[in-house]
Design a protein around this ligand. Structure first.
Ligand code: NAD
Length: 498
């Protein structure tokens, strides 16, 4: 970690991306993007304004309504999507490095993620030209009725800082395949990878205006949501922000899909393979420094194995290597930004004040300092505590004991969230029985933190609205139109319905 302050010349400068061009933004204001490991800025990006949002929406509108994109067939769009997938695969290392510098996530995790991302473009490229309408059996012999699935229009995509491009691609791949155009507002903490992605769309040959990126604060995101020329908002971020977005999108009846927070239960039964389950508990909460929406932040452990599980957990946690996200041996990087560091440290104090026992960690890492937080395990937690009910979004695990299956399900579902859950058991009957009773959009059995472009992802309850990924997700980027064709050519009574 070097301590010399970077000059503007040391930093990489980016423009925002509107109508196929890299532009500085109307006000000319900029903001710095910090490297959370080195704790110094490494890139300068435009601090955009509402004027930039207006320009980007106008470009996306024009591309949708009158540009070459609008007249392309789905097969032609698919060719561009496949090409984009190939370019991302080619540049995965460079793109992964950008993301590590912006949010401090491990290079090996981000490289794996970027190498996997092309699959989204290949999968949805193969789907755009299979978006078929129906021919409807008509109740009148003189009518032929059919439906068309048409692209919804201009999509405003708003993304968080923890996996900026993965969460964008969940929206972008199906949306482009369906024929939509996009205005993206990435998190103010992690704009760079989305701007790098824009260059790759350009190289792949997407026409100007199809993909626009406006960087800046949350307030310009709010302007995007309220914009009358936006047809759909696809948002990933905090539940409270999602509620504000849903309320303001309602003013124009703009469609919304929301991928929000979680407080996911990871349930270990006494008939589980304990060693495997404890590894899963660690992956669930300390992977990505706990900064994932699907973090297994509540570990529910059957009472008769509680102490054994906690001992094993503490032992394994003790050996987790914190350090430089770029280093091969590192297992946990820093928290992604200063405000998040403050929030996580506050929750550690809350848990202690509520009477939870800190079985491991519980402080800023004494050796690395900066914004590194030790992987932290709290025991003696009951489900009513704030540490069990509120999303921390950091490496803090709350261990909660339970008696039996019924008790486990009751505790697991006693939350306002419903994003994900896991069940650890060797009993196949119990595994499925419990999976069916859990109120969560994704349930893993003897696994944690697995996603696929082919499997729907989204939340029950306050974890969101809608699903991303999977065959049906492309439909969220379409409107259905019914077309009635009169076959007889005879004049009809103008004053009768039907
Ligand atoms: P956030 O809600 O603070 O910000 C997300 C994005 O919304 C940012 O781009 C921000 O600038 C923008 N924004 C802020 N206020 C806005 C407003 N009023 N109108 C429009 N846009 C606004 O979230 P964050 O801190 O960046 O990310 C962490 C959160 O994201 C966590 O709660 C996490 O659970 C959630 N998340 C959910 C998923 C999922 O798929 N369910 C995935 C990852 C992260």
């Amino acid at each position: 970690m070097s301590d010399t302050a970077p000059t503007a010349e040391d930093m990489i400068k980016y423009g925002m991306y509107i109508d196929g061009k890299e532009v500085p933004g109307a006000s000319g204001k900029t903001m710095e993007s910090d490297d959370p490991y080195k704790r110094k800025p490494w890139a300068i990006v435009p601090d955009g304004s509402n004027d930039d949002i207006d320009a980007a929406v106008a470009a996306a509108r024009k591309a949708f309504d009158t540009g070459p994109w609008g007249s392309m067939t789905a097969t032609e769009r698919a060719r561009l999507l496949r090409k984009l997938g190939d370019i991302i695969a080619r540049d995965a290392e460079e793109l992964a490095q950008c993301e590590c510098r912006d949010n401090g996530k491990l290079y090996r995790e981000m490289l794996g993620q970027w190498q996997y991302l092309p699959e989204w473009f290949y999968y949805f490229a193969g789907m755009g030209d299979k978006l078929q309408g129906d021919t409807i059996p008509s109740d009148r012999s003189n009518f032929f009725i059919y439906t068309r699935r048409e692209p919804i229009g201009v999509v405003g995509a708003i993304t968080p800082w923890n996996s900026p491009v993965l969460l964008l691609i969940f929206k972008l791949a199906p949306g482009l395949a369906a024929g939509c155009t996009f205005v993206v507002k990435p998190s103010e903490y992690t704009s760079v990878s989305t701007l790098e992605l824009a260059k790759r769309l350009d190289e792949a040959g997407f026409p100007p205006g199809v993909f626009n990126v406006v960087t800046g604060q949350g307030s310009i995101g709010a302007h995007l949501v309220e914009h009358p020329d936006i047809d759909k908002i696809a948002f990933t971020g905090a539940t409270e922000t999602g509620k504000r977005i849903a309320a303001s999108a309602a003013k124009n009846l703009t469609r919304v899909s929301l991928e929000l927070g979680g407080k996911s239960p990871n349930i270990i039964f006494d008939d589980a393979d304990i060693e495997v389950a404890v590894n899963g508990a660690i992956a669930g909460i300390f992977g990505a420094t706990g900064q994932t929406c699907m973090a297994g932040s509540r570990l529910l452990v059957q009472k008769n194995i509680h102490d054994k599980v906690v001992d094993m957990l503490v032992e394994k946690t003790r050996s987790i290597q914190l350090g430089d996200p770029m280093a091969e041996a590192t297992e946990m990087g820093p928290v992604a930004n200063e405000p998040q560091f403050g929030k996580v440290m506050e929750y550690i104090d809350v848990a202690k004040a509520e009477g939870a026992t800190c079985a491991y960690g519980g402080q800023k890492d004494p050796e690395l300092g900066g914004i590194f937080i030790q992987p932290t395990i709290f025991t003696g937690v009951h489900n009513g505590m704030r540490i069990a009910q509120e999303e921390v979004f950091g490496p803090i695990l709350a261990v909660i004991p339970f008696e039996d299956e019924e008790d486990a399900v009751a505790i697991a579902n006693d939350t306002r969230f419903g994003l994900a859950a896991a069940v650890w058991t060797e009993n196949v009957h119990r595994a499925h029985r419990v999976a069916h009773k859990l109120n969560a959009g994704t349930v893993w059995i003897n696994a944690y933190r697995v996603v696929s472009f082919a499997a729907p992802f989204g939340g029950f309850k306050e974890s969101g609205i809608g699903r991303e990924n999977g065959v049906d997700s492309i439909k969220e980027f379409t409107e259905t139109k019914s077309v009635f064709v009169e076959l007889s050519g005879a004049a009809r009574d103008p004053f009768r319905l039907g």
